[in-house]
Design a protein around this ligand. Structure first.
Ligand code: GUN
Ligand code: ZN
Length: 429
């Protein structure tokens, strides 16, 4: 065994969804995860795993939890500096706060600085896979690819495309959107853990010509992620209705140009009709559920249980920072619970943890590589320590009195945040 391939065995209380399971979690109180060269070799009981890897480096986390690296299926890195901008609904919030913040990304140095901070924050929050919006500037996507590459994060991103209904300095054109997207895609797609995403912002800021051109682009790259927003806010839906007369509904605006397919990731989907949900499910497209954002902008609540009853539809969890109020998947899950509770179909702990891990991986079409602790997948691990001194006294107090795994994990989602993340292992490091 050469030094470079000496395995590491991480010991702790292993909790993970599994590809074969549904809502249940694999729970191994005295568990171990063996990994080498960025890939998981083995997951099981500590004695069994240690016996299979004599001479391995052992990292013992005691009774802390070892869960899969989290997946953020929808987030805007350029908005991290304007998070918590108050008082407005979606369309006014975009105009007043978001577009001015994004205009600053014409400056590559600014983009690089923010991308560095953002990717550090992902790691601090235990997020090892993220599907991210850049801005309209190609340099903003470049900056994020470079920082993600440096930290070996699994990042899917793309330059935002918009050619109307935004300030002039944030507009591209149908042809420049395609040219810039292709150049970035050819440069970065498939480099290490990076992938490109074709990224029309949303129907109100793209002309019919631009959506059509991006649909054609998508057709020439059939396996590439498409990301956009869909049916988030009632005023937005009205605007789409008047901008695209003759279409059946909002989903149809994307569908008729070929932007609804497997690995199309639609942010929000709060107000989707049954027809629209079925249309997405038929091609195994995805919705990124962004509950903190939906509460913050007063957009409404996405029904996870309703969506999950639709055959084929994939559902992941998105922070949607800067409309979302936290990059922490734990905090976002606390809000997901509250939305589900309000809608009368409360999610259980297994369903919640799955949303932030394997569900997100499925939504992005990367479930063969990440989302659960299983042999052959990337060694992306989070060590959770909700009773550590860095957490709030409220969480520690609650967890100290808790008896079951379910109780502890649920309290960590409702009361916890990045302070509960003791360690993030990114592709084995
Ligand atoms: N719809 C179009 N752009 C955005 C955005 O930046 N954030 C949110 N929440 N919704 C959008
Ligand atoms: Zn968004």
């Amino acid at each position: 065994m050469t030094a470079g391939t000496r395995p590491t065995v991480v010991l702790g209380h292993v909790v993970t969804p599994t590809t074969s399971g549904t809502d249940g979690l694999l729970d191994i109180p005295s568990g171990a995860v063996a990994h080498t060269d960025g890939t998981i070799l083995d997951v099981g009981d500590v004695q069994d795993v240690l016996a299979r890897y004599p001479g391995a480096l052992v990292e013992d986390h005691g009774d802390r939890f070892i869960v899969p690296g989290f997946v953020d299926a929808h987030v805007h890195y350029p908005q991290i500096g304007m998070i918590a901008s108050p008082g407005l609904e979606l369309l006014d919030w975009l105009e007043r706060f978001t577009f001015p913040a994004e205009a600053r990304f014409a400056d590559d140095i600014h983009a690089d600085r923010v991308a560095d901070f953002f990717t550090d924050q992902l790691v601090d929050n235990g997020v090892t896979t993220a599907c991210v919006y850049a801005t309209v500037h190609p340099g903003s996507a470049e900056a994020l690819f470079r920082q993600a590459q440096r930290k070996n994060l699994r990042v899917i991103t793309g330059k935002v495309c918009m050619d109307r209904n935004a300030p002039d300095d944030l507009l591209d054109t149908p042809s420049s959107a395609v040219e810039d997207s292709v150049a970035l895609l050819e440069r970065w797609h498939g480099v290490g853990r990076l992938e490109y995403a074709i990224t029309p912002r949303f129907a109100p800021t793209s002309s019919d010509a631009q959506l059509t051109a991006l649909g054609e682009l998508a057709a020439s790259y059939p396996d590439v992620v498409v990301q956009t927003h869909l049916s988030e806010n009632t005023a937005e839906i009205e605007q789409v209705r008047s901008l695209f007369p003759g279409t059946r509904d909002y989903t149809d605006v994307y569908d008729r140009v070929g932007l609804v397919r497997r690995r199309s990731v639609f942010g929000h989907g709060v107000h989707l009709s049954d027809r629209e949900l079925r249309c997405l499910g038929q091609v195994e497209a995805s919705v990124a559920h962004c509950p903190t954002s939906n509460f913050f902008l007063g957009s409404g609540m996405f029904g996870v249980a309703r969506a999950q009853s639709v055959t084929g539809l994939r559902v992941g969890l998105g922070s949607d920072v800067g409309a979302g109020t936290s990059l922490s998947p734990l905090a976002t899950l606390g809000s997901a619970y509250q939305a589900s509770r309000m809608l009368g179909a409360p999610l259980g702990v297994g369903q919640l943890l799955r949303l932030a891990t394997l569900g997100g991986a499925e939504a992005l079409g990367v479930e063969a590589s990440v989302g659960s602790l299983e042999a052959g997948k990337d060694a992306d691990l989070v060590v959770l320590d909700p009773s550590g001194p860095q957490n709030s006294a409220m969480l520690r107090n609650r967890v100290d009195g808790a008896e079951t795994l379910e109780e502890i994990l649920f309290a960590t989602m409702v009361l916890g945040d990045e302070r509960a993340v003791a360690r993030t292992v990114v592709a084995g490091v």
